[in-house]
Design a protein. Structure first.
Lengths: 864, 117
């Protein structure tokens, strides 16, 4: 097919990476997609995705998550996007591009955004089986597949991508090596001191680092697969897999072939408007372009700026790209690394201010000019101050540079808030948004939240490294303009959860209505409350029930009306309206008889069974009217509620410990059972998870729990504030070598202090980071008793333990409560017809099409 | 929406096609909680009673998730308007108008309801 250039001029974009996509957005913003035919040729089998976040594929992101292309955007702007069809030749005389498929497109304007390719050093056997590069999603898929049969992996190159690749290999279960030719890691971004700090931290993670050596040869076996590599120091490294990550080179072959000028070291030469120096109809942007300042930029922010410049030029607006800042802030394998401005101190007469703490893996260097101007710097291990420091670059900071690199706690250390920044300081480098523009979004465009400001200014929507500063600016601006940031629980209460807890405890208020009518906001008194405060207050009342004289049974009287749906039915609601059932299995220890009972019940009621992450068994697909029948059998067999539905203690996982394990030093199973039975049923601001490991190998993963216990030869170490899930956090060590009694006393205090002071739905991890003083304060309170409240905390817990009763046992013995467990009040024997199941892998799953009947038109083949 | 006096023998009735359909005893409703009722044509209704004794009836289907679970949601008052929050993804629905308070394009059916002897 040959496209004939008609009345509408055509723009052909070659390459659909991040910069290409930004170029399309810039065209659309300028209205050019309406006046032009826009054709995009994309080599990869998928449209533009977030290559910067490539490694997050290994932490669970899918290729779809990484996508940056909104197909609705492409369609809405009439953009012709051809994926898997790269341009193969350009005829500049005829102004035509030919794609691999044979399609020929005539252009008025051609934009090359072909990116770069990974540089593979020309060593023997570099193409052997088991050699990879790290650039595309396809590369990652291939590495993942090959790693299944490998035990060791080596990465050639200790730069940014190399470290990410090595971390990914480690994550895939391989013993990982990094081979870097330069004498330090990340030679471009950090100096010797920073490299040393980074090296220590990376090695502590279990990665082997070999610096100052080159790769001479890849060693292969008879079948041609990698078995090792020969290094320049004469040594040989055994490895099953090699990833080359030794830098990138501009992809300029297409340009070379059609006679465009390229730089000596590659890159399509362009002027300040990103137009090629030879042909006014051809532009080049991103990593394939050699900018007018003689540099090829391998970062996304300058690429975006080039994309904007090219689009503006095509629209006949004035714009120029004359060079860009190479500042970067990264989190590499969990280590903060940032460099900005003149990081290596190349300015004449400049001086360094360095703070280095090898023990903590910290390295901070500022480069200061003779007149005190901040010129640049390097931060390793803690890049908290990056946003502020970068914005101050080029000016004389209002406080001494020394105080800016000292830790906050140290005397003389100062933390410069973003409020000290001038209005023209750039906060978001990706989108070039100044502090003034962000303030304007709040004052002139009435934005009151960070998401609104992000939408309004685009700030923080690139790499995201400025979001923290953004949040501080928005809050400061709101407070400055007199907007009072309401910290109340909800529309019904102006107090925080913590304040309400104190009121309930001090005044012994044991009903929700009593609290609402006396302490609610004026307009909420006498009303029905809301879905936020009802369960929150119900939880406070339940936590304190014995002490304030409320019933400890969460379905008693008024309390029944306050509970979230799950607590009300003592089971977990699933998407089709059925429930799941989880009996408590303390410590994960269960007898064969217990297993058989659960199996028989699941079989008899046709339930789907799955082992949970908390070492118990979840049974899905119970109809509401089946819950009492199921529980009658479970209670008969000695099981209790597992509180999987409640904001309360879930499980205390354990490893088998000293009893069986060759390494165990304490009886972790017994301790886990003791803890689970002690804290079962304890209502808290959010769910609580725990684990006990029998030795430092930590098989129970206690450091990812709200409270985790690890055995030592002298007793137990207690860790608090850990979390898995979306925001993982390792728990902090609260106390060491505790006896059984000391351990339990400390957990009693810790949990009650958390329940007392946390916000609604605030896990211990976020609580610990939020409360003033953090871990040190919590330790002062619960270990040193600095507030003198430990006796009260212990007595509250003692009350809870003494009054615990199994909710399900109480419920199945109460006919009035049981009457609620029906699908229909007027047809107690009729099951909900929407709850249906279909088979999958020898079990059941929800029949989802059933859910769509009734609110989508039933037509033709749309319904199966 | 009739103020229901506290009498044990009162029945909850729904207006369907100009006839009052009797659902259950008024006492089956706990203030602040709902129950589901099955209509003769297979539709499901969620019935609620608030703290002041007012009765409300809306369609039981959550229009976002499709499951018939609105009767199991938590109720409340938002700017003087009674609402129920879906137990699936917490969208709130005005119990009088049926309007979704979190997405104005969505509305659920409502029914006239009374307590009668």
């Amino acid at each position: 097919m040959t496209a004939t250039p008609g009345a509408t001029p055509t723009i052909v974009l070659v390459g659909h990476g991040m910069v290409g996509q930004r170029f399309l957005e810039a065209l659309a913003e300028r209205g050019l997609t309406a006046t032009h035919r826009v054709v995009v040729l994309c080599e990869e089998p998928r449209p533009a995705y977030d290559r910067v976040a490539l490694t997050s594929y290994f932490s669970g992101k899918t290729p779809e998550d990484l996508s940056m292309t909104d197909l609705e955007f492409i369609a809405a702007h009439g953009i012709e996007l051809y994926v898997g069809d790269p341009a193969v030749t350009v005829d500049r005389t005829a102004r035509e591009v030919t794609a691999r498929s044979g399609q020929v497109f005539a252009y008025d304007t051609l934009v090359l955004a072909t990116g770069s390719f990974p540089f593979v050093p020309p060593v023997p056997n570099k193409d052997a089986d088991g050699c990879f590069v790290y650039r595309t999603i396809e590369d990652l898929l291939a590495i993942e597949e090959y790693a299944k049969t490998a035990t060791t992996g080596a990465v050639v190159g200790g730069g940014l991508l190399g470290l990410e690749a090595a971390g990914a290999l480690k994550g895939l279960g391989l013993t990982s090596h990094i081979v870097e030719f330069a004498p330090r890691l990340m030679p471009v971004q950090v100096d010797e001191g920073g490299g040393a700090a980074l090296l220590r931290t990376i090695e502590e993670m279990g990665l082997s680092v070999h610096t100052g050596v080159g790769t001479q040869e890849i060693v292969v076996d008879d079948s041609g697969a990698v078995t090792g590599m020969k290094l320049s120091d004469g040594s040989e490294l055994a490895t099953d897999l090699v990833v080359f990550s030794a830098g990138v080179r501009p992809r300029d072959q297409l340009a070379r072939d059609c006679g465009l000028t390229v730089g000596e070291r590659g890159g399509i030469a362009v002027d300040e408007q990103c137009r090629t120096v030879n042909d006014p109809h051809v532009f080049a942007i991103g990593e394939c372009a050699l900018a007018s300042d003689g540099r090829v930029y391998g970062l996304v922010a300058p690429g975006y700026e080039q994309a904007e410049t090219a689009a503006a030029t095509i629209a006949a607006d004035e714009a120029a790209f004359t060079g860009a800042d190479l500042s970067t802030k990264l989190k590499l394998l969990g280590v903060d690394v940032a460099s900005f401005g003149d990081a290596h101190g190349t300015t004449a007469d400049c001086l360094d201010v360095v703070y280095s703490d090898s023990r903590a893996g910290l390295y901070k260097k500022l480069v200061i000019g003779r007149d005190g101007t901040l010129l640049g710097g390097i931060l390793v291990g803690d890049a908290e101050a990056y946003g502020t420091l970068k914005a101050f670059t080029g000016s004389v900071p209002p406080v001494s540079p020394e105080s800016l690199v000292l830790p906050a706690g140290a005397s003389g250390g100062a933390q410069l808030g973003p409020s000290a920044l001038p209005d023209d300081a750039i906060i978001c480098s990706c989108h070039n948004v100044s502090k003034g523009a962000i303030r304007g979004a709040v004052t002139e465009h009435s934005c009151t939240t960070v998401p609104e400001v992000k939408k309004c200014t685009k700030a923080g929507t690139g790499c995201g490294s400025c979001v923290k500063v953004l949040g501080q600016l928005v809050t400061a601006e709101l407070e400055a303009s007199g907007v009072e940031v309401d910290k109340g629980l909800c529309g019904c209460f102006s107090q925080t959860r913590e304040a309400l807890y104190e009121i309930v405890l001090a005044l012994r208020i044991n009903t929700y209505q009593g609290l609402l009518d006396r302490y609610g906001r004026e307009e909420a008194r006498g009303g029905d409350g809301c879905e936020i405060c009802k369960p929150a207050i119900a939880s406070i009342i339940a936590s304190l029930a014995p002490t304030i004289g409320a019933s400890g049974y969460v379905l008693e009287g008024e309390q029944a009306a306050l509970q979230d749906s799950n607590d009300h039915f003592l089971a977990n609601l699933q998407k089709n309206g059925s429930y799941s059932v989880v009996p408590r299995i303390p410590g994960g220890e269960i007898t064969p008889e217990g297993l058989i009972v659960i199996g028989e019940i699941a079989r008899d009621f046709g339930l789907y069974t799955k082992i949970t992450g908390g070492q118990r068994i979840d049974m899905f697909g119970a109809r509401v009217e089946q819950l009492p029948l199921i529980w009658t059998r479970l209670v008969d067999a000695g099981f209790e509620s597992g509180h999987a539905y409640g904001k309360s203690l879930r499980t205390v996982k354990s490893c088998v410990g000293q009893t069986w394990c060759r390494y165990g030093v304490q009886d972790s199973v017994r301790m886990a059972i003791d803890l689970e039975l002690r804290y079962r049923g304890l209502r808290s601001p959010h769910k609580l998870k725990s684990a006990v490991s029998g030795c430092a190998r930590e098989c129970a993963e206690a450091q990812s729990k709200d409270f985790g216990v690890i055995a030592t030869s002298n007793g137990w170490n207690l860790y608090v504030g850990g979390n898995g899930g979306a925001t993982p956090r390792h728990a902090d060590l609260l106390a060491q070598d505790l006896s059984d009694a000391e351990l339990i006393r400390l957990i009693d205090r810790f949990l009650m202090f958390y329940i007392r002071t946390a916000d609604r739905l605030e896990r211990t991890s976020t609580w610990l980071e939020r409360i003033p003083g953090g871990l040190d304060h919590v330790r002062d309170v619960v270990v040193e008793d600095s507030l003198g409240i430990c006796e009260e905390l212990e007595s509250l817990m003692a009350d809870h333990v003494a009054h615990y009763a199994d909710e399900w046992a109480t419920t199945i013995n109460d006919p009035e409560k049981l009457a609620r467990f029906v699908s229909f009040v007027n047809a107690p024997d009729t099951p909900d017809p929407v709850v249906g199941f279909v088979p999958e892998r020898d079990q059941i799953k929800p029949d989802l099409p059933l859910l769509t009947i009734g609110h989508r038109p039933l037509e033709g083949s749309a319904q199966r | 929406m009739t103020l229901a006096p506290e009498t044990t023998d009162l029945k909850i009735q729904l207006l369907l096609d100009e006839d009052w359909f009797t659902v259950c005893d008024l006492t089956a409703l706990t203030p602040g909680r709902g129950v589901a009722a099955l209509l003769p044509d297979g539709r499901q209704v969620a019935l609620f009673r608030d703290r002041a004794g007012e009765l409300y009836a809306v369609d039981n289907r959550d229009p976002f998730g499709g499951a018939a679970v609105l009767s199991r949601g938590l109720t409340g008052t938002h700017r003087g308007r009674p609402f129920v929050a879906s137990p699936l993804l917490k969208q709130r629905f005005d119990l009088v108008s049926g309007e979704c308070l979190d997405d104005e394009t969505v509305r659920i059916a409502t029914y006239e309801v009374r307590a009668a002897a």
